[in-house]
Design a protein around this ligand. Structure first.
Ligand SMILES: Cc1cc2nc3c(=O)[nH]c(=O)nc-3n(C[C@H](O)[C@H](O)[C@H](O)COP(=O)(O)OP(=O)(O)OC[C@H]3O[C@@H](n4cnc5c(N)ncnc54)[C@H](O)[C@@H]3O)c2cc1C
Length: 340
């Protein structure tokens, strides 16, 4: 059987790497971008459930490099700069943007494509050693501690590398003007997640509701990159015939800017690793049909829980009987469902 993975984000690369370790199937991965991350990249924080699964694969090293390593007999084929435009989930055919057909009798197509959250520059820069995020929480005397407005003004910063670069993260009120920055000029069908080189005065204006210290910091540099985070409603189904959605395409969740004292990492990457580990586990034990069914049954409750709690903790939703302790013990302690 050949397995085609569309999209070389965290979910796609991790799935390819787990499949290589656990099965002898032929795996091909197609990415519309360049695959290799730039030296000038962005960073994300990976929660403990994601770190544990990532360590099974590459112990904190680059997933792309891991997939290039030749020690494991079965080699995954990686193709970059190819954009899939159509997938026939019944007959197992994918067509790319220059009309080539990618066909195999028994394919499982796993696409991370439709809800593209990140452009390819934003791959992993792991923050394993740094662990916890630094909280820049500005106390505002007129806003009560449990007020949602307080959350909207929260900013976190965390170290990106050992050269002193930091990532600054805060929720901005969106405006049409700001949102228009995330429409790609070359193709209006495609939305990008990162707006590069936003002039300082615009970045400062966008962060207007935040503390002056932060705006002063933004004005120190002529330009800033702004990122747009989107989440999605839980989907009724991730599967259609031979295809299954994984990663953000299946269950995009907003990161949680939790109230003090500790800000916790987002779950996007960790959930992508969980998809990869779980899917490879079932594919290595079961026939394709059953494996895809079992994968969806196993992953959906966890992924939906994470999606909804993202909204709870960002003040957009309330859940009856919400229990913070239960969230941490359920989500953060997950260490995978199969052996390496
Ligand atoms: C600003 C920002 C900050 C974040 N911070 C954190 C954090 O701190 N911690 C955390 O855990 N998560 C964070 N996340 C979320 C996390 O990055 C995502 O959940 C994770 O990257 C999802 O991985 P993925 O592989 O599912 O999707 P993606 O990374 O979006 O990968 C999808 C890939 O598919 C490719 N593709 C799309 N369409 C096609 C096509 N038609 N043909 C071929 N290829 C295609 C895209 O180029 C892309 O490379 C953040 C997200 C954003 C936007």
């Amino acid at each position: 059987m050949k397995i085609l993975i569309v999209g070389g984000g965290i979910a796609g690369l991790a799935t390819a790497a787990f499949l290589r370790r656990r099965t002898s199937y032929q795996v091909e991965l197609v990415e519309r971008g360049p695959l290799l991350s730039d030296a000038d990249d962005y960073g994300i924080a990976v929660a403990s459930n994601g770190v544990a699964l990532m360590r099974l694969l590459c112990d904190g090293e680059d997933l792309y490099q891991e997939l290039q390593a030749k020690e494991l007999e079965q080699v995954v084929k990686l193709h970059h700069s190819i954009r899939m435009v159509k997938i026939d989930v019944k007959d197992g055919t994918a067509i790319d943007d220059v009309g080539r057909r990618w066909t195999e009798a028994h394919c499982a197509y796993m696409t991370t494509a439709p809800a593209s959250f990140l452009n390819s520059r934003q791959s992993l820069r792991f923050l394993l050693e740094k662990g916890c995020l630094v909280n820049w929480f500005y106390d505002e005397p007129n806003v009560a501690k449990d007020d949602a407005r307080r959350l909207q003004r929260k900013v976190v910063a965390y170290p990106l590398d050992d050269k002193g670069n930091h990532q600054i993260f805060g929720y901005l009120p969106t405006t049409d003007e700001l949102l228009s920055r995330f429409e790609s000029s070359e193709n209006t069908q495609r939305r990008v997640s990162i707006a590069n080189n936003v002039p300082a005065h615009e970045a400062v204006a966008a962060f207007e509701p935040f503390h002056k210290d932060l705006r002063d910091l933004l004005s120190c540099h002529p330009t800033t990159d702004l990122c747009l985070v989107r989440d999605s409603d839980p989907l009724p189904s991730w599967r259609a015939a031979k295809a299954i959605l994984i990663g953000d395409a299946a269950h995009a969740a907003a990161p949680r800017l939790k109230l003090a004292p500790v800000t916790d990492a987002g779950q996007g990457s960790a959930q992508a690793f969980e998809d990869a580990e779980t899917l490879s586990h079932f594919i290595s034990h079961l026939g394709l049909e059953e494996a895809l069914d079992r994968f969806e049954q196993a992953r959906k409750p966890r992924a939906h829980y994470v999606q909804s709690t993202g909204r709870v903790l960002n003040g957009c939703l309330s859940i009856d009987g919400w229990n913070e302790h239960h969230y941490y013990t359920t989500i953060y302690t997950w260490r995978g469902c199969g052996k390496t």
